[in-house]
Design a protein around this ligand. Sequence first.
Ligand code: SME
Length: 154
Amino acid sequence: MKRYEQLSSEIELLAIDKKISLDKMLTTVCELLQSNIEHFDWVGFYFHDTQRPVLHLKAFAGDPTEHTEIPFGKGICGQVALSNKHFLVEDVTKQDNYIACSLTVKSELVVPLFVDNKNIGQIDIDSHKFKAFSKKDVAFLEEINRYVSQKIKS
Ligand code: SME
C-alpha cells in the first residue's frame, strides 16, 4: 500500500510525461488508487458530454458498472455535474437521489474536475465501508484532478 504523497508524486509524473496519453493516465490513476488505498473499492472518471446533459464513464478500476451514462441531476454524480461542488456521502442508504452500482457500496465521494474553471467531469470513489471518506480524501482527489486537468491542457 502506497501513501497518498507517493501516489500524488507518481500521478504528477504521468501528467508531465508527453509519451503518456490522457486515456492511459486516467486508467493508470484508477488502478493506482483502487489498488493502494484500502477504502477506495471502486474508482472511476466520468466526463460531461459536449452536446447533451449526460456524463460518460471514461475509465474505471473495480467491478464493472452498467451506469456508463448518467443524466445530469441523477444520482450523486449527476448532482455534482450541476452543483460544481464535491459530494461526500457517508451512508448511501440515506440518499434519495442515488444510483446504486452495487449493494456492497456503503459510502461515496465525488469530486468535480475543472479545466479553466469549467466543470468538465469528475472522479467518483465508492467504498464498501460506511463513513469511509475524510477531508483528506477530498483534498487528495482535488489534487489528482488538477493533474488530470494539466494533462488535458497539455
Ligand atoms: N453511485 C453513483 C453512480 C455511479 S456508481 O457509483 C459507479 C451515483 O449515485 O451517481
